[in-house]
Design a protein around this ligand. Structure first.
Ligand code: ADP
Ligand code: MG
Length: 626
């Protein structure tokens, strides 16, 4: 019998390998940018059209290639970066596998122009689906330019699998930011569809961070620096007061390579222990330098995960150096209560109000007390809605040294997190109803969580938070899709700052948000100006509402089938719904029950959780029959 095993032709092998290397346009961006960095460029331009689906071009002023290398670089396992297996343990370059260009050329139309400094003329090569289409001599500047057109032209399934331009471009910006952050000493420019999105001149780390994330970032940064034998740490973390609900800007770089590490993330979070509000995340930009032989970057094909020799030591060093920085810049609450905070406060912080620990504990909280208490330091209510639930403003009566209760305990422990239930504030009266008199309604609120009401067949128990989410969700969805929501004009326009990616998302959502009642006076390069709000959105909630909305959209599972309106309505309903722990007046309880059962789908929350249950008289009878 004849043999049946054959070696695959190169172009087929390349196409298969391409599947690993190139998942989407952003993967091409990453490979080309890294090659330009490896070529010691000092200026790198990235030009993108239609989120990379039409064109991705990277132009660098690096070392370039001679004719032979220009031809060879498209071969699989063709690399100038390693020669021996041992070199893998002393890597100073981004690339080393020699498969990126072969892979990209297998699934796109690639045009390369390259020239070395000492050469008079350069090389111009066109490759289409692994086939060399042309090769010429050309007059070129020093450096290399790669144009990648018609990505996945020969794999329609992959092409169809690509997401919307907005999503794909967001991935490109992510990769661009990572490479640009890793190399502040290189100038980067990014153009998309002819407009300049980023222009980052070479500079230091802080300038690079501010260049990418906006000038408002500067005041948020606390420097971190530590040098030990096994690692040198440099970078910035954000002050706890600027922590966000979204994970947002969190970056680790190891030897100038962006990496992901849940373990190191944990170390950072541990350094912030007790300083962050529930569910909030700091931003960080941490650069670690370790001896190349102590890491293995080879364990993941797209190389964002690496393995360290001594992870535990790294964890401890990272955690303590961040803790130290937070303490030194006095952004941490004084953990040592004996110390006079004024004595060691840096000059420019002297006049500032001391930052109070963000762990919100109401020592007087009594779950059995009658009056409404809500645990928030920033509660403010929209004018005209003084009625409604939660009439009593929560006063932060700071008992002297209450903190001492917790000395030696872990402030992030369950116990305190529990007392701190719901730091979110109430968002205005549910139904714009100013009446508060508690007449004889047949609903009872228990544990500030459930509404209980007798019904014909027995007992109805409603989860107040989920019910309100359902009510608001349908209301927002109606406003977005059918009719325009009413708007309240703001006396003083609100100015809110965002980075470019976030602003793109806001632009994308602009129309839907306007339908809910938002009025945008401006959507600018680094901020927006809001002139009007939906009637049921209090001013104090706007920034958190938009932040959560952005974060929801950013974390959204790609390809989820829900419409944008649906996602916005869901996110806003979640942000604004009355929380567990909020006392509701009798009238509000009644309104909630009525509004819930007026909904199209009263029995589930927008997140598919039951909003109420019923207990039949028979069930009750059974339980008593024992
Ligand atoms: P790797 O980066 O893993 O070596 P690539 O397929 O990305 O593999 O690139 C192959 C080779 O082509 C590189 O090793 C390098 O010698 C050369 N090369 C690629 N891009 C550039 C560039 N922008 N400037 C100079 N040389 C380049
Ligand atoms: Mg490479």
């Amino acid at each position: 019998m004849s043999s049946i095993i054959q070696l695959l032709p190169d172009h087929v092998a390349n196409q298969i390998a391409a599947g690993e290397v190139v998942q989407r346009p952003a993967s091409v961006v990453k490979e080309l940018l890294e090659n330009a960095v490896d070529a010691r460029a000092t200026d790198i331009k990235l030009i993108v059209k239609d989120a990379g689906k039409t064109l991705i071009q990277v132009i660098d002023n690096g070392v370039g290639m001679n004719v032979t290398d220009a031809r060879l670089c498209f071969e699989r396992h063709a690399t100038s970066k390693i020669r021996h297996a041992e070199d893998l343990f002393a890597l100073h370059t981004k690339g080393f596998r020699g498969e990126a260009l072969a892979s990209i050329a297998a699934i796109a139309h690639v045009e390369m122009k390259t020239k070395q400094d000492q050469d008079e003329l350069g090389t111009h090569i066109v490759v289409e689906g692994s086939k060399f289409a042309s090769q010429d001599v050309a007059v070129l500047p020093k450096g290399t330019s790669f144009s990648v057109k018609n990505l996945f032209f020969n794999i329609p399934a992959r092409r169809n699998f690509l997401k919307s331009d907005t999503v794909e471009f967001r991935h490109i910006v992510d990769e661009f930011e990572r490479v640009a952050l890793a190399h502040p000493n290189i100038g980067f420019v990014l153009y998309h569809n002819g407009s300049e999105m980023f222009n980052l001149p070479m500079g230091n780390m802080r300038q690079r961070i501010v260049g990418i994330f906006g000038s408002r970032t500067n005041e948020k940064l606390v420097p971190v620096k530590e040098s030990t034998e096994i690692v040198a740490i440099e970078g910035f973390v954000t002050k706890p007061e600027f922590a966000k609900k979204s994970r947002g800007e969190q970056f680790f770089f190891v030897n100038n390579r962006f990496i992901k590490s849940g373990y190191l993330h944990h170390a950072v979070m541990a350094a912030y222990e007790g300083l962050l509000k529930d569910g909030c995340q700091p931003g960080y930009y941490i650069y670690l330098d370790v001896p190349p032989h102590t890491i293995d970057i080879n364990i993941h094909p797209t190389k964002t995960e690496i393995k360290f020799d001594d992870e535990h030591a790294l964890y401890a060093i990272l955690r303590s150096s961040i803790k130290h920085s937070l303490g030194q810049f006095n952004v941490a609450p004084v953990l040592d209560f004996e110390r006079d905070a004024n004595l060691d406060t840096p000059y420019d912080y002297q006049k500032r109000e001391a930052v109070v620990p963000n762990v919100e504990v109401d020592r007087n909280f009594n779950p059995f007390a009658d009056e409404a208490i809500k645990g928030t330091a920033t509660a403010s209510r929209p004018a005209g809605s003084s009625g409604g639930f939660g009439n009593t403003h929560f006063k932060r009566e700071r008992q002297p040294a209450w903190e001492s209760l917790y000395i030696g305990t872990n402030p992030a422990s369950e116990e305190i997190a529990d007392i701190n239930f719901e730091s979110e504030e109430v968002t205005g009266s549910l139904f714009n109803d100013n009446e508060v008199e508690d007449t004889d309604y047949k609903t009872y609120q228990i544990h500030r969580k459930y509404l209980v009401s007798p019904i014909k067949s027995g007992l109805l128990v409603i989860d107040q938070k989920r019910a309100h989410q359902r009510i608001l969700y349908e209301q927002f969805l109606r406003n977005i899709t059918v009719q325009h929501g009413a708007s309240q004009q703001l006396l003083f326009p609100l100015v809110l700052h965002y980075n470019k990616t976030e602003l793109d998302l806001i632009r994308e959502m602009k129309e839907a948000l306007q339908n809910t009642g938002f009025v945008f006076a401006e959507i600018n390069d680094d901020h927006i100006v809001v002139n009007g709000l939906p009637v049921n959105v209090p001013e104090s909630e706007v920034s958190i509402l938009l932040e959560e909305l952005i974060s929801d959209l950013q974390q959204e599972v790609p390809g989820s089938s829900f419409s944008q309106s649906d996602r916005i309505a869901k996110s806003m309903a979640r942000s604004l719904a009355v929380k567990t722990g909020t006392a509701l007046s009798g009238k509000e309880q009644e309104n909630m029950v009525n509004a819930l059962f007026a909904c199209k789908e009263p029995d589930v929350s927008p997140f598919n959780k039951p909003t109420f249950i019923t207990v039949s008289v028979e069930d009750l009878d059974k339980r008593f029959a024992i």
